[in-house]
Structure formats: structure tokens, C-alpha cells
Write a protein that binds this ligand. Structure first.
Ligand code: ATP
Length: 461
């Protein structure tokens, strides 16, 4: 294996790679960008979809006790009064009397402006919800809000889901969707933005069993990040102190990741008691209770809420996968994504732009893309193409050369080890499927051979 360079992942490196390779761009860039809004480019959109798909698979498709939901972003304004957001979803804001920059008080380490050292105003509470108007005439129209979390869509649909799915407790509703917060201070790339995506679960349980389920979900969710290939040493749990807890929360843990700027929240898991259903029942006049056939009693379920951020998970995946190593006096940058998250699974690299190599390479490309997201790349030297695929985290490259025309074989090169094997083209699909399922690269199909010699095709063993 090539020597490691003691390079640290920095946010600058991640931002620059994301920009350069088409993962993430500043929003409206040709107009100078819009503060703290980001656009996911061709690779970023695939990566983010894979993160969401992994979550949905684990919390909905693989479970009998969970169902999905996709509620609208705009909701009845009363929802936000009942949930307490209208009154309480605020952060303390101070303004610098000299440079007029605004800061969130709980982010400040000193009493003066971090930018110019100027004196700060007294804190005032600033509501983070974005307002807009429903209807064509602003004055007459109802004020509505862009949801600051997806959770409320699940609470207000509790009865609908219960009646239509006939689920029994304990069961949960899962939802992925956009949320909007007019954050006072944003930054650290996609870590804190004003428009972001959440992956949230509301898990309804019998009161008295909530502590058990809370512990269960804390473990379950921490484990999910490990299944994405995130290193254990970069994850930790932090229990909220009493004074940090929202007034209705009985307990709360944050799952934190060691980002380049330090440990910070990826996901919060809260035991919310019966607060939300009680509030919505009170203000809607609907009875949001559950009839338990076993004890023949009505009660309001308690709720355990694991609430994760899609963008923060994507950022954690990017930071965790980033690696640099010395290879032939050059620095090789590799994104060592888990294969299920890699935006491009296989790259087809013909060693010539001439027929009939191209024809064969295109045939392989057409065949493999039926199963995976595959990229065809014939621009520049093979070494540069390998580097490009390493930098975007493609797990396998398949090289078609002149010899392939004679022996009907292709070379598979593995991203992490840079080892190569040569296999019959007719076996490519089965071999790659096996490798994606975790089989060692050097387990060969009949007729397969191990190749040595790095990127320049090398000699047969
Ligand atoms: P923070 O303390 O960082 O502001 P929070 O505790 O307010 O976060 P929650 O309300 O628990 O966050 O939201 C659940 C998840 O949604 C967070 O763990 C995070 O992953 C994501 N999230 C919240 N706010 C943002 C944001 N402004 N940008 C990106 N993701 C966010």
C-alpha cells in the first residue's frame, strides 16, 4: 500500500473538491451566490440520494413497525401555534453597534463582536421561521410558514396513519423532506444552512415503555452511521444536560461527528413524552388517543423522535471518506466512500479512442449501466482518469484494451488498494456484484488472473 501522508481533512479541502468535481456549488453562483444556500451538482445529488435511500431502507423498508410519509411543506398556521414554534422557536440575537453584524448569543465566546471587537446590543429573541403568504393578494392572504422541521407533518397525520394502516403500538412514521430556518449565523459549508433536509422519525409507544424505546433508538441510530462506513472514533453520543432540554423533553441525546471544525451534532434523539399529540388534540379539537385492546384503555402515546440532517450526514460521509496518500511522488486524493454511497459505482475506461476498442467498451458500458450508475470516460491518460475516479470515490474501474479484443477479458481496478484483476468480459456483472457484496478482489472467476503494476496496465502474473 502507498505511504500515507499526514494530511488533515480540512473544510477548505472538502469545499474545494466538492466544487471542482461537481458535488456541491454555491447557490445562484453566477449572481454572486446566496448566503448559506447550496446546490447539489451531478455527483452530489447522487450521493445525497444514496444517503437518504440508506436511511429509508433501514428505517422503513426493513421494518414492520414503520411507515413513510411525505407531508407538505406549507401547513395550517395553527400547527405552529400549537407546537410552540410561533412563540418559542427563537434564538437570542445580538447586533454589533459598530459593524452591525448579527450574532447568536450562545455561539459567542466573548462579550464583544467576534468580527471587529465592537460593543454588542442587549440580546433579543429572533424567531427562526420563514414567513410567506398564501393567496394572490399579500394583505388579505393568510400568513403561512415554511416548516422549520418535518416532525409536525407526522404528528398531525397520526390519526390518518393509524386508521389507514391499522398499525398497533409501538409503531413509527418516517419522513424525509426540506426544512427552513432563518438561522442567525450560518456556515461551515452545508453544516448549517437556511434551507436543508431532514430525515425524521416519530416513534409512538405506550407510556411507561418510552425509556426502553428511547435507549433502543439511540443505539439503533448510532449504529446506522457505522453501516455507512463512518469511523467509530469520529462518532460519539452526548446526553443533554437538564438545562439544555426543551421544556417538554424527558431526555435527549445528540449523535455527534468529529467534523474538521470540531465535534458537532449530526442527529438529535429526544423522548418527547405526549407533548405534541396533547397540544394538537387541544387546539384542533380532535381526540388523538390510541385504544389499546390489550388493556382495553384509551391513552395518548409517548413519542421518541430521532431527527437527523441529510446535509450534515452527507458532509460527515464526505469528511470521513476523504483521504490523501503518496503514490509515485504524487498525492493521490481518494474518497473512500462505502460502495452503497458512491455516486458512480463503476467507470469504463477504454485505453484507446479508436475502433474496435471503443465499440467493445461501449458494449460493456451499455450492459453494466442496466445495473449500476456507470460512467464512460475516455478523456486524457489512464493515470489521470484513475485519479479522477479516485477523487469522486468510484469503487471500481474497468479497463478495456487492445488485448481485450483478442482474449475477451477486461481489467478491474479497485479504488482503495489500486490492485487489479483481469476477468472474462462475460463475467463482469457477476464478478462486480460479488465485489460489491464484499467478496475479496482476488477471488477470481474461471479464467481470471491477478494483475500487478499499478495504473499502467502492467504485466500478467
Ligand atoms: P443546532 O443545535 O445545530 O442548531 P438543532 O438542535 O436545532 O441543531 P434539531 O432541531 O434537533 O437541530 O434538528 C434535527 C437535525 O436537523 C439536526 O441534528 C441537524 O442534523 C439538522 N439541522 C438542523 N438545523 C440545521 C441547519 N440549519 N442546517 C442543516 N441541518 C440542520
Amino acid at each position: 500500500m502507498p505511504e500515507k501522508v499526514p494530511a488533515k481533512v480540512t473544510m477548505e479541502k472538502i469545499v474545494s473538491l466538492c466544487r471542482r468535481r461537481g458535488f456541491i456549488f454555491p447557490s445562484s453562483e453566477i449572481y454572486g451566490g446566496l448566503s448559506s444556500c447550496w446546490d447539489y451538482g451531478p455527483l452530489g445529488v447522487e450521493l445525497k440520494r444514496n444517503v437518504k435511500q440508506a436511511w429509508w431502507q433501514s428505517v422503513v423498508h426493513e421494518r414492520d413497525d414503520m411507515v413513510g410519509l411525505d407531508a407538505s411543506i406549507l401547513m395550517h398556521p395553527q400547527v405552529w401555534a400549537s407546537s410552540g414554534h410561533l412563540e418559542g422557536f427563537s434564538d437570542p440575537l445580538v447586533e454589533c453597534k459598530t459593524c452591525h453584524l448579527r450574532w447568536r448569543v450562545d455561539d459567542l465566546k466573548e462579550n464583544n463582536c467576534p468580527s471587529c471587537g465592537g460593543e454588542l446590543t442587549e440580546p433579543r429573541m429572533f424567531n427562526l421561521m420563514f414567513k410567506t403568504f398564501m393567496g394572490p393578494i399579500e394583505d388579505e392572504a393568510a400568513t403561512v410558514y415554511l416548516r422549520p422541521e418535518t416532525a409536525q407533518g407526522m404528528f398531525v397525520n397520526f390519526e390518518n396513519v393509524l386508521n389507514t394502516t391499522r398499525k398497533r403500538l409501538p409503531f413509527g412514521i418516517a419522513q424525509i423532506g426540506k426544512a427552513f430556518r432563518n438561522e442567525i449565523t450560518t456556515g461551515n459549508f452545508i453544516f448549517r444552512s437556511r434551507e436543508f433536509e431532514q430525515m425524521e422519525i416519530e416513534y409512538f409507544v405506550k407510556p411507561g415503555t418510552d425509556k426502553e424505546w428511547f435507549d433502543y433508538w439511540v443505539k439503533e441510530r448510532l449504529n446506522w452511521y457505522l453501516t455507512l462506513g463512518i469511523k467509530k472514533e469520529n462518532l460519539r453520543l452526548r446526553q443533554h444536560m437538564k438545562k439544555e432540554l426543551a421544556h417538554y423533553a424527558l431526555d435527549c441525546y445528540d449523535i455527534e461527528y468529529q467534523f474538521p471544525m470540531g465535534w458537532a451534532e449530526l442527529e438529535g434523539i429526544a423522548n418527547r413524552g405526549d407533548f405534541d399529540l396533547v397540544q394538537h388534540a387541544k387546539y384542533s379539537g380532535k381526540s388523538l388517543v390510541y385504544f389499546d385492546d390489550e388493556v382495553k384503555k384509551h391513552y395518548v402515546p409517548y413519542v421518541v423522535e430521532p431527527s437527523a440532517g441529510v446535509d450534515r450526514s452527507t458532509l460527515a460521509v464526505l469528511c470521513d471518506a476523504y483521504d490523501e496518500e503518496l503514490d509515485n511522488d504524487e498525492i493521490r486524493v481518494v474518497l473512500r466512500f462505502h460502495t452503497k454511497l458512491a455516486p458512480i459505482k463503476v467507470a469504463i475506461l477504454p485505453l484507446s479512442r479508436k475502433e474496435p476498442v471503443v465499440e467493445l467498451a461501449k458494449q460493456v458500458y451499455t450492459d453494466l449501466r442496466q445495473r449500476w450508475i456507470v460512467q464512460y470516460d475516455d478523456a486524457q491518460s489512464i493515470g489521470r482518469r484513475y485519479r479522477r475516479q479516485d477523487e469522486i470515490g468510484t469503487p471500481y474501474c474497468v479497463t478495456i484494451d487492445f488485448q481485450s479484443l483478442e482474449d475477451n477479458q477486461a481489467t478491474i481496478r479497485e479504488r482503495d488498494s489500486m490492485n487489479q484483476i483481469r476477468v472474462p468480459i462475460s463475467t463482469l456483472k457477476t464478478v462486480l456484484t460479488a465485489k460489491f457484496n464484499g467478496e475479496d478482489l482476488f477471488v477470481l472467476p474461471p479464467g481470471g488472473q491477478i494483475w500487478k503494476g499499478g495504473e499502467d496496465k502492467g504485466q500478467k502474473n
